[in-house]
Design a protein around this ligand. Structure first.
Ligand SMILES: Cc1cc2nc3c(=O)[nH]c(=O)nc-3n(C[C@H](O)[C@H](O)[C@H](O)COP(=O)(O)O)c2cc1C
Ligand code: SF4
Length: 430
């Protein structure tokens, strides 16, 4: 099957059925072994499920890479209160397009992962908070949930286990900040989608004031495979500290952009050259943003030394984030790209924190001035100083996300800024 592109380097676990519409149907999913991990999880008990996930070394795929088993173990036990599992399906980070595919092609894989996760943390209700613009995905998910209720995989006394778990698909309204975990909780509760000050952390006071855990779609989708095959099986892929496979969303100037499932630690240049068919038109590589627009940009030389795992990205001064690899060739206009990203963040800032609200819009205005050939060299110092004050000073890290591309691009591609400032003309055209 040729989902739009596949590569011999891939290890397709999560994405095995991408491109196969039959997989959406409950009967097909069950025929292919689906929902057997749920039964296995119920039989082994919630403590054992958490231990298996801990042993796998799975790290959250929503961007921060926090160990999933550890996060689940933070949930209080036997509180007598409702507990909630929230599935973060708000996917809005520029460059990211993996969760929508997981939900669209294999909705039951996610639902099974949600049910196992809910069982592990003693949650009676799962909310899948799905980005509003994903019209088709929302429909596919809603249908899958309905079918799973009808066949007894969701609801009361699931599979005769005595466990009651409900699943609700909640459609968001298209705000990037509702992907931040506490912004999502506020939005789910019908409040303004603005992040909350932490502590208290969600495991203590989460959705509706109750103990809650939030996980990304990709994190939860791999859970049935880990429970079915064990932690050691998962660790055969990836590296010691970053085990497993990961969906890489590759966009920009490559011949074959798309989603590729690869073991963590895969070399970035091999991804570009061998998996994605190389840089478009045989052009030279200029820059890569390996983890979505919130992480620092790296040069072609740094890309040559970068292995795609959490540690490998840090070694070259960036982050894996959600593994959304944005590739830019020699014709890319770095200043324009950075300005467009900052425009996005300025628009999506929820406005609670002054450094973020004011800083992002002023940064965008200065970048536009430079782009239009009206900037000064002093603007670069102002940008560096101002964005420095936006790091670590706010309720959530959206503000830090503005600083990352601005600071890294000024440090690494200063000549492009200076060319616009000195000559009032652009470098590159794309
Ligand atoms: C501004 C902002 C936007 C975010 N957007 C998303 C998102 O769309 N999807 C997601 O899974 N995590 C997103 N996150 C991360 C979540 O806050 C949270 O860390 C994640 O859902 C935890 O899941 P994990 O442990 O499975 O990675 C965002 C964080 C920030 C600060
Ligand atoms: S950092 Fe920005 S987006 Fe995050 S809470 Fe503050 S103002 Fe809102």
């Amino acid at each position: 099957m040729a989902y739009p592109y596949v590569s011999e380097h891939e290890v397709r676990i999560l994405s095995k059925y991408f491109g196969d519409p039959k997989q959406r149907h409950l009967d097909t999913y069950v025929e292919r072994g689906g929902y057997s991990a749920l039964k296995k999880g119920f039989d082994s008990g919630s403590a054992e499920v958490i231990e298996t996930v801990k042993a796998s070394g799975l790290r959250g795929r929503g961007g921060a890479g926090f160990p999933t088993g550890l996060k689940w173990s933070f949930m209080p036990k036997d509180t007598g209160k409702p507990h909630y599992l929230l599935c973060n399906a708000d996917e809005s980070e520029p460059g990211t397009f993996k969760d929508r595919e997981l939900m669209r092609w294999d909705p039951h894989q996610l639902i099974e992962g949600c049910l196992i996760g809910a069982f592990a943390i003693q949650a009676q209700h799962v909310y899948i908070y799905c980005r509003g613009e994903f019209f088709e995905t929302n429909q596919v998910l809603a249908r899958a949930v309905e079918d799973a209720y009808a066949k007894g995989y969701i609801g009361k006394d699931i599979l005769g286990s005595g466990n009651d778990i409900d699943v609700t698909v909640h459609q968001g309204a298209g705000a990037y900040i509702c992907g931040e975990e506490t912004g999502l909780m506020n939005s789910l509760e019908g409040r303004r989608g603005q992040p909350r000050v932490k502590p208290p952390f969600p495991a203590a006071v989460g959705a509706f004031g109750m103990p809650s855990t939030i996980n990304n779609v990709e994190t939860l989708s791999i859970i049935p495979h880990i429970i079915q095959n064990g932690g050691a099986w998962y660790r055969q892929y990836g590296t010691e500290k970053s085990p497993g496979t990961k969906l890489f969303c590759v966009s920009g100037h490559v011949n074959k952009p798309g989603n590729y499932e690869l073991p963590l630690g895969f070399p970035l240049m091999k991804l570009i050259d061998e998996v994605c068919g190389g840089v478009r038109d045989g052009n030279a590589l200029k820059a890569v943003i390996p983890g979505g627009s919130s992480v620092p940009i790296i040069t072609a030389e740094e890309a040559g030394r970068c292995n795609l795992d959490y540690e490998g990205c840090v070694e070259v001064g960036t982050m894996l984030g959600c593994a959304s690899v944005i590739v830019m060739d020699e014709h890319a206009d770095i200043v324009k790209q950075v300005r467009r990203m900052v425009d996005f963040y300025a628009h999506e800032s929820c406005g609670q924190c002054t450094p973020c609200r004011e800083g992002s819009s002023w940064t965008a205005q200065i970048l536009r001035r430079i782009e239009d050939g009206r900037g000064t060299e002093g603007d670069l110092d102002t940008l560096m100083e101002m964005t420095q004050q936006m790091v670590g000073t706010t309720i959530c890290v959206l503000s830090d996300s503005v600083a990352a591309p601005v600071q890294s691009s000024i440090e690494k591609f200063r000549d492009e800024y200076l060319a616009l400032i000195r000559r009032g003309e652009r470098v590159g055209a794309a």
